[in-house]
Write a protein that binds this ligand. Structure first.
Ligand code: S3P
Length: 432
């Protein structure tokens, strides 16, 4: 695809930038801190709405957690057990908050009522309450598969559970129930999902064995107060890498980004699309690899993503689909059923919004087809409050001549506070 660009309106990017802390690791650090007797210190914790939801509900359950603010080290004073609360815990938009917390609450002998915003109330919970009930917890189910629901914890028994879908949230809920209830658990997973919980459990001396398709946990460890530094979120980095690839020229470095392989599947797709992404200086000071990602503007070609690849890039499909809109040829993403039960029905919303801004796109069954174009893209995107849809289309709208508006740009703060400012900061000169 030939790009003829008037020099006056070239988008040039550059510099070294940082992304906010990893959302998955921040949730887990807060949960572990709340169950370790004493004071834990969490540097680089993500001060986003989702992470604040976890802090808020843990405070209601007895933990003392300092405010989550940009650049502030978060202090968590925990105890070995959570305390009962009569208030309904509001988990906001955060699926990770409610699902991981359900795992911990399953092992506590009191009842807790949980709810969330309209998006979270619609998301499936039986995939998590199912195994927890098999372990001995009781759940007063809502009429639907969603929230609100009440969990009544108690003495748990060991399980060996076949997960219906690859999901770090299901896996983590069961592992945390095993930890808090001091019982062994085994999980079989159709494909590997992110492994942050397993890494943290090992850090505290728990025996967690991972073999392809299987995780076995033994309650051999003990939580102790800890100090850690949360790496930058690779899922947030993906938006900045994409913005760089779509620029007319320039090179951008993102330092301090989490480089856990279970999160970096999207880099392989970017490379297949013709992007060059270097991963350098990787160190693992807190059990999680951290490094610098560097990429530069590129001409992209279409890509075919297969179902087995999706779990390692589950949160990056929206931005990859938007990149496909600017790649030469027809891209196909197969096996996206799980996208239908994220913060929105991402599969339907991606196809709908791509078409709205002038891109040929179709959701067929669980697959998404996107035909790349270099025409200016214009239109108003419906986010349904979904942060990743908002950010993906904001990046896509950056191109020359494009004018994409997003109905709720503020929802980016669910995972990436300061997204617009950080994105604007990539630009070194030029403009429209
Ligand atoms: C998460 C796991 C993923 C991901 C979500 C965060 C986690 O969900 O989409 O944003 O922190 O465990 P599933 O593993 O349930 O697909």
């Amino acid at each position: 695809m030939e790009r003829v660009i008037p020099t006056s309106s070239r988008l040039v990017v550059g510099g070294t930038h940082r992304v906010p802390g990893d959302k998955s690791i921040t949730h887990r650090a807060l949960l572990f801190g709340a169950l370790a007797r004493g004071t834990s210190m969490i540097g680089g914790a993500l001060p986003s709405l989702d992470a604040r939801s976890t802090a808020r509900v843990l405070r209601a359950l007895g933990a003392d957690i300092s405010p989550l603010r940009p650049d502030a080290t978060v202090r968590v004073v925990g105890d070995r057990r959570l305390k009962a609360t009569a208030t309904t815990l509001h988990c906001g938009n955060s699926g990770t908050t409610v699902r991981l917390l359900l795992g911990l609450l399953a092992a506590h002998r009191f009842s807790t009522r949980l709810t969330g915003d309209s998006s979270l109330r619609r998301r499936p919970m039986r995939r998590v309450t199912g195994p927890l009930m098999a372990m001995g917890a009781k759940v007063a189910e809502s009429a639907t598969d969603g929230l609100p629901l009440t969990i009544i914890g108690g003495r748990l028994r060991s399980i060996d559970w076949q997960m219906p879908v690859p999901s770090a949230q299901i896996k983590s809920a069961v592992l945390l129930a095993g930890m808090a209830g001091e019982v062994p658990v085994s999980l079989r997973e159709p494909a590997a999902s992110r492994d942050h919980t397993e890494r943290m459990l090992r850090h505290f001396g728990y025996d967690v064995r991972a073999t392809p398709g299987r995780v076995d946990f033994e309650p051999t460890g003990r939580l102790e107060p800890f100090e850690m530094q949360v790496p930058g979120d690779p899922s947030s980095a993906a938006f900045l890498l994409a913005a760089t690839l779509l620029a007319d020229s320039g090179e951008v470095r993102l330092s301090g980004v989490g480089c856990n392989a279970s999160r970096l599947g999207f880099l392989e797709v970017l490379r297949r699309m013709g992007g060059t992404v270097a991963v350098e200086g990787v160190e693992s000071p807190f059990g999680e690899p951290i490094g610098t990602l560097t990429t530069s503007a590129a001409s992209l070609r279409a890509v075919a993503v297969t179902p087995d690849e999706v779990p390692a890039m589950i949160d990056e499909i929206p931005i990859l689909a938007c990149l496909a809109a600017r790649a030469e040829g027809v891209s196909t993403f197969r096996g996206l059923a799980e996208l239908r039960v994220k913060e929105s029905d991402r599969l339907a919303l991606l196809a709908e919004n791509l078409r709205k801004v002038g891109v040929e796109a179709e959701a067929q069954g669980d697959d998404l087809h996107v035909t790349g174009t270099d025409a200016p893209l214009r239109g108003r995107v419906r986010t349904a409050g979904d942060h990743r849809i908002a950010m993906a289309f904001t990046v896509l709208g950056q191109g020359r001549g494009s004018r994409i508006t997003v109905d709720d740009p503020e929802c980016a703060a669910v995972s990436f506070p300061g997204f617009r400012e950080t994105l604007a900061g990539l630009r070194v000169r030029g403009g429209r």
